[in-house]
Design a protein around this ligand. Structure first.
Ligand code: HEM
Length: 255
């Protein structure tokens, strides 16, 4: 195939309305030229990272809108927008798997070009880590009515499956999907550079373990544990085994 001719076609000429509106000329110039790539996998490596940045930009923008909708207690609208964020998160995790088609050796070649860069410098990731504090504040102001209602009431003692519960679950889903991304990303690290390897900043990738346990909305996880304690008794208590037929006595008499 004529690589040069196809390369020209891939870029387009930026003149059609589709190209003008989407700014394809600039967008498609954001990756290295094929002849400058250290190997063919580098194109994929750049594109996956760039796309993930765009998804995080869309998520952050949507979370700003969600905050406005929550403030106005437009819960249906907020939930629709939350769904958009959750889908972006699912895609972010799923798209990491593209990089598993890159051999560890091909990645080593790319890695030489990355300086001491770290995903922790990602603008999208940093802003997403900052936003939960503000979202929680809004949730408390609006749905917990300035703190006069408790998470415990919403989930258990005054459980109504109402908008407060639905928004709380949407926040929990955001938190959970974030964890899933972190878990999948850790697997990708193991797959590419191994377990116990050092990052480009010279530190062990195990520093990411702390992030794996991090909860954005700890209250929403604690309430479940509290309910388990309350409903299930004290932790450590060993329960009796269920009877096969609960109507029968456990130790039927021989008569
Ligand atoms: C072969 C693929 C990849 C490898 C080997 C890799 C490796 C790493 C390593 C070693 C770190 C820790 C850096 C440090 O100590 O500062 C890190 C962090 C990070 N990387 Fe990647 N990464 C890969 C792909 C990606 C992709 C596609 C994304 C997309 C957004 C990404 C986003 C991040 C983020 C957000 C962090 C910070 C995570 C946290 O603080 O929990 N990485 N990565």
């Amino acid at each position: 195939m004529d690589r040069q001719a196809y390369k020209k076609l891939m870029r387009g000429n930026g003149q059609l309305d589709y190209e003008i509106y989407l700014n394809t000329e600039q967008l498609l110039a954001c990756q290295k030229e094929p002849e400058d790539l250290c190997n063919p996998d580098e194109m994929q490596f750049m594109i996956v990272h760039q796309i993930e940045e765009l998804w995080m930009k869309l998520m952050a923008t949507t979370l700003l809108d969600i905050d406005d909708e929550m403030r106005a207690r437009n819960s249906f609208k907020a939930l629709t927008l939350f769904r958009r964020v959750h889908i972006c998160q699912e895609m972010m995790s799923q798209q990491l798997t593209l990089l598993e088609t890159m051999s560890p050796k091909d990645y080593q070649r790319i890695r030489l070009l990355l300086g001491n860069g770290s995903g922790q410098e990602s603008p999208g990731f940093r802003v997403l880590l900052k936003m939960p504090k503000d979202l929680w504040e809004t949730f408390v102001d609006v749905y917990l009515e300035g703190g006069t209602r408790t998470v415990d009431q919403v989930y258990d003692t005054d459980y109504r499956h109402d908008d407060a519960y639905m928004i709380a679950e949407a926040l929990a889903e955001f938190d959970e999907q974030f964890q899933k991304f972190r878990g999948d990303h850790m697997q990708l690290i193991y797959r590419s550079i191994g377990v116990g390897a050092k990052s480009l900043k010279g530190r062990s990738v195990e520093i990411l373990d702390e992030g794996l346990r991090y909860k954005m909305f700890p209250e929403l996880w604690q309430v479940r544990a509290d309910m388990t304690d309350r409903w299930g008794g004290t932790y450590g208590k060993v329960r009796d085994k269920l009877d096969v037929k609960t109507s029968e006595p456990k130790h039927p008499s021989p008569h």
